[in-house]
Design a protein around this ligand. Structure first.
Ligand SMILES: [Fe+2]
Length: 233
Protein backbone atom coordinates (compact mmCIF):
# COMPACT_ATOMS: atom_id res chain seq x y z
CA UNK A 1 0.00 0.00 0.00
CA UNK A 2 2.69 2.48 1.01
CA UNK A 3 4.81 1.46 -1.97
CA UNK A 4 1.89 2.03 -4.34
CA UNK A 5 1.65 5.57 -2.93
CA UNK A 6 5.32 6.15 -3.64
CA UNK A 7 6.23 6.14 0.04
CA UNK A 8 9.18 3.78 -0.41
CA UNK A 9 10.67 5.85 -3.22
CA UNK A 10 10.40 9.09 -1.28
CA UNK A 11 12.03 7.45 1.73
CA UNK A 12 14.87 6.21 -0.47
CA UNK A 13 15.21 9.67 -2.03
CA UNK A 14 15.35 11.29 1.40
CA UNK A 15 17.94 8.79 2.58
CA UNK A 16 20.04 9.31 -0.54
CA UNK A 17 19.94 13.10 -0.39
CA UNK A 18 20.78 13.02 3.31
CA UNK A 19 23.77 10.81 2.50
CA UNK A 20 24.94 13.20 -0.26
CA UNK A 21 24.53 16.22 2.03
CA UNK A 22 26.59 14.55 4.78
CA UNK A 23 29.21 13.40 2.26
CA UNK A 24 29.56 16.92 0.83
CA UNK A 25 29.63 18.57 4.24
CA UNK A 26 32.47 16.33 5.38
CA UNK A 27 34.65 16.98 2.30
CA UNK A 28 33.79 20.50 1.11
CA UNK A 29 33.35 23.91 2.66
CA UNK A 30 32.96 27.40 1.22
CA UNK A 31 34.02 30.40 3.28
CA UNK A 32 33.61 34.12 2.63
CA UNK A 33 36.94 35.98 3.01
CA UNK A 34 35.79 39.41 1.82
CA UNK A 35 36.30 40.87 5.30
CA UNK A 36 39.88 39.59 5.50
CA UNK A 37 41.43 40.38 2.12
CA UNK A 38 41.55 43.37 -0.24
CA UNK A 39 40.25 42.15 -3.58
CA UNK A 40 41.30 45.33 -5.49
CA UNK A 41 44.96 44.74 -4.55
CA UNK A 42 44.81 41.06 -5.55
CA UNK A 43 43.16 41.99 -8.85
CA UNK A 44 46.09 44.24 -9.79
CA UNK A 45 48.34 41.14 -9.82
CA UNK A 46 46.03 39.36 -12.25
CA UNK A 47 46.27 42.08 -14.87
CA UNK A 48 49.96 41.07 -15.25
CA UNK A 49 49.30 37.39 -16.09
CA UNK A 50 50.59 36.18 -19.45
CA UNK A 51 48.92 33.83 -21.95
CA UNK A 52 49.16 30.11 -21.19
CA UNK A 53 51.08 28.63 -24.18
CA UNK A 54 49.46 25.21 -23.67
CA UNK A 55 45.96 26.42 -24.63
CA UNK A 56 45.72 26.80 -28.39
CA UNK A 57 42.69 29.12 -28.24
CA UNK A 58 44.58 31.48 -25.87
CA UNK A 59 41.70 31.88 -23.39
CA UNK A 60 43.84 31.01 -20.32
CA UNK A 61 46.53 33.02 -18.51
CA UNK A 62 48.53 31.42 -15.69
CA UNK A 63 51.47 32.06 -13.38
CA UNK A 64 52.48 29.74 -10.53
CA UNK A 65 54.41 29.75 -7.25
CA UNK A 66 55.01 27.17 -4.51
CA UNK A 67 55.34 27.44 -0.74
CA UNK A 68 56.54 25.20 2.03
CA UNK A 69 55.36 25.70 5.60
CA UNK A 70 57.53 25.44 8.71
CA UNK A 71 56.57 23.96 12.08
CA UNK A 72 54.77 27.21 13.00
CA UNK A 73 52.94 27.14 9.66
CA UNK A 74 54.80 30.17 8.33
CA UNK A 75 54.95 30.33 4.53
CA UNK A 76 58.38 29.86 2.96
CA UNK A 77 58.70 30.37 -0.80
CA UNK A 78 59.95 27.26 -2.58
CA UNK A 79 62.13 27.07 -5.72
CA UNK A 80 60.31 27.78 -8.97
CA UNK A 81 59.76 24.84 -11.32
CA UNK A 82 57.47 23.40 -13.99
CA UNK A 83 54.09 21.85 -13.44
CA UNK A 84 53.61 18.12 -13.97
CA UNK A 85 50.42 16.05 -13.76
CA UNK A 86 49.91 12.39 -14.55
CA UNK A 87 47.83 11.66 -17.65
CA UNK A 88 45.68 9.51 -15.38
CA UNK A 89 44.35 12.73 -13.82
CA UNK A 90 44.80 15.18 -16.67
CA UNK A 91 44.22 13.53 -20.07
CA UNK A 92 44.60 16.91 -21.83
CA UNK A 93 47.87 18.14 -20.32
CA UNK A 94 49.10 15.04 -18.49
CA UNK A 95 52.64 13.60 -18.68
CA UNK A 96 54.15 16.85 -19.99
CA UNK A 97 56.27 19.43 -18.17
CA UNK A 98 54.52 22.77 -18.34
CA UNK A 99 56.63 25.89 -17.84
CA UNK A 100 54.92 28.97 -16.41
CA UNK A 101 56.26 32.31 -15.18
CA UNK A 102 56.63 32.70 -11.44
CA UNK A 103 53.76 34.42 -9.68
CA UNK A 104 54.62 37.10 -7.13
CA UNK A 105 51.71 37.31 -4.71
CA UNK A 106 50.72 40.42 -2.78
CA UNK A 107 49.97 40.29 0.96
CA UNK A 108 46.27 39.67 0.30
CA UNK A 109 47.06 36.48 -1.60
CA UNK A 110 49.33 35.33 1.22
CA UNK A 111 46.36 35.77 3.58
CA UNK A 112 44.28 33.49 1.35
CA UNK A 113 47.08 30.88 1.34
CA UNK A 114 47.35 31.07 5.14
CA UNK A 115 43.61 30.51 5.42
CA UNK A 116 43.98 27.42 3.23
CA UNK A 117 46.86 26.19 5.40
CA UNK A 118 44.90 26.60 8.63
CA UNK A 119 41.78 25.00 7.16
CA UNK A 120 43.46 21.86 5.85
CA UNK A 121 45.71 19.16 7.17
CA UNK A 122 48.81 20.27 5.23
CA UNK A 123 51.97 19.21 7.08
CA UNK A 124 55.39 20.95 7.34
CA UNK A 125 57.06 18.48 4.97
CA UNK A 126 54.57 19.19 2.19
CA UNK A 127 54.55 21.87 -0.50
CA UNK A 128 51.62 24.00 -1.65
CA UNK A 129 51.07 24.92 -5.29
CA UNK A 130 49.50 28.33 -5.95
CA UNK A 131 48.20 29.06 -9.44
CA UNK A 132 46.95 32.49 -10.43
CA UNK A 133 44.65 31.83 -13.35
CA UNK A 134 42.53 34.03 -15.64
CA UNK A 135 40.01 32.50 -18.06
CA UNK A 136 38.82 34.92 -20.72
CA UNK A 137 35.91 34.81 -23.15
CA UNK A 138 34.85 36.84 -26.14
CA UNK A 139 31.91 36.87 -28.53
CA UNK A 140 33.44 34.13 -30.69
CA UNK A 141 35.33 32.14 -28.02
CA UNK A 142 33.98 30.80 -24.76
CA UNK A 143 36.45 30.13 -21.94
CA UNK A 144 36.91 26.72 -20.33
CA UNK A 145 37.94 26.83 -16.66
CA UNK A 146 37.99 23.00 -16.65
CA UNK A 147 39.56 21.87 -19.92
CA UNK A 148 39.20 18.24 -18.82
CA UNK A 149 35.51 18.64 -17.76
CA UNK A 150 34.71 16.41 -14.73
CA UNK A 151 37.99 15.43 -13.09
CA UNK A 152 40.12 14.95 -10.02
CA UNK A 153 43.48 16.69 -9.61
CA UNK A 154 45.31 13.73 -8.03
CA UNK A 155 46.22 15.73 -4.92
CA UNK A 156 45.14 15.69 -1.27
CA UNK A 157 43.27 18.96 -0.82
CA UNK A 158 42.27 21.83 -3.11
CA UNK A 159 41.28 25.45 -2.60
CA UNK A 160 39.63 27.69 -5.19
CA UNK A 161 39.44 31.39 -4.34
CA UNK A 162 37.38 33.58 -6.66
CA UNK A 163 39.06 36.93 -7.30
CA UNK A 164 36.89 38.33 -10.11
CA UNK A 165 33.89 37.49 -12.23
CA UNK A 166 33.85 40.25 -14.84
CA UNK A 167 31.06 40.44 -17.42
CA UNK A 168 30.45 36.69 -17.62
CA UNK A 169 27.75 34.09 -17.33
CA UNK A 170 28.53 30.47 -16.48
CA UNK A 171 31.61 29.53 -14.53
CA UNK A 172 29.54 27.41 -12.17
CA UNK A 173 31.46 25.20 -9.73
CA UNK A 174 30.09 21.66 -9.66
CA UNK A 175 30.85 18.67 -7.45
CA UNK A 176 29.77 15.04 -7.43
CA UNK A 177 30.76 11.92 -5.55
CA UNK A 178 33.66 10.10 -7.22
CA UNK A 179 32.18 7.45 -9.53
CA UNK A 180 28.71 8.98 -9.55
CA UNK A 181 26.98 10.60 -12.53
CA UNK A 182 24.75 12.79 -10.37
CA UNK A 183 25.82 16.37 -9.64
CA UNK A 184 25.68 16.92 -5.88
CA UNK A 185 26.33 20.67 -5.80
CA UNK A 186 26.16 23.31 -8.52
CA UNK A 187 27.00 26.80 -7.31
CA UNK A 188 28.64 30.00 -8.49
CA UNK A 189 31.69 30.70 -6.35
CA UNK A 190 31.30 34.39 -5.60
CA UNK A 191 34.12 36.95 -5.57
CA UNK A 192 35.96 36.75 -2.25
CA UNK A 193 34.83 33.17 -1.49
CA UNK A 194 37.17 30.24 -0.97
CA UNK A 195 36.04 26.65 -1.64
CA UNK A 196 38.18 24.03 0.11
CA UNK A 197 37.66 20.35 -0.60
CA UNK A 198 39.27 16.94 -0.39
CA UNK A 199 40.14 15.65 -3.86
CA UNK A 200 39.81 11.86 -3.72
CA UNK A 201 36.15 11.38 -2.65
CA UNK A 202 34.87 13.94 -5.16
CA UNK A 203 35.00 14.92 -8.82
CA UNK A 204 34.78 18.58 -9.77
CA UNK A 205 34.51 20.90 -12.72
CA UNK A 206 33.70 24.52 -13.54
CA UNK A 207 31.34 25.12 -16.46
CA UNK A 208 32.40 27.28 -19.45
CA UNK A 209 32.09 31.05 -19.31
CA UNK A 210 30.48 33.28 -21.92
CA UNK A 211 30.18 37.06 -22.33
CA UNK A 212 27.26 38.59 -20.37
CA UNK A 213 27.01 42.10 -21.88
CA UNK A 214 27.70 41.59 -25.57
CA UNK A 215 28.20 45.34 -26.12
CA UNK A 216 31.42 45.03 -24.04
CA UNK A 217 32.43 41.91 -25.97
CA UNK A 218 34.83 40.32 -23.49
CA UNK A 219 34.75 38.88 -19.97
CA UNK A 220 36.98 36.99 -17.57
CA UNK A 221 37.07 34.89 -14.39
CA UNK A 222 40.11 35.16 -12.09
CA UNK A 223 40.86 32.53 -9.46
CA UNK A 224 43.63 31.39 -7.17
CA UNK A 225 44.03 27.61 -7.26
CA UNK A 226 45.67 26.12 -4.17
CA UNK A 227 46.63 22.49 -3.73
CA UNK A 228 49.04 20.08 -2.14
CA UNK A 229 51.14 18.14 -3.02
CA UNK A 230 52.43 20.67 -5.51
CA UNK A 231 52.60 18.75 -8.85
CA UNK A 232 56.36 18.83 -9.26
CA UNK A 233 57.83 16.27 -11.62
FE1 LIG B 1 40.75 20.70 -10.84
Amino acid sequence: MLESLGYKDSLLDTTYYTYIAVMLASHLKIVDLTQYVSLPKIRRDFSQLTIDPYIREKYRRKHIVRYNIDDERNLIKAPHGPLFQSAAFNPVHGNIMREYPEYHPCEGVLSVIRHFVYSTNVQPDEEILVQAQRITCSLDQEGLPSVENWHQDGVKEIGIFCVSRDNIVGGVSEFRQHGSKMTALSEVLEEGSLAIFTDSPLEHRVTPIQVFDTSIGVGFRDVLLLSYPSNRS
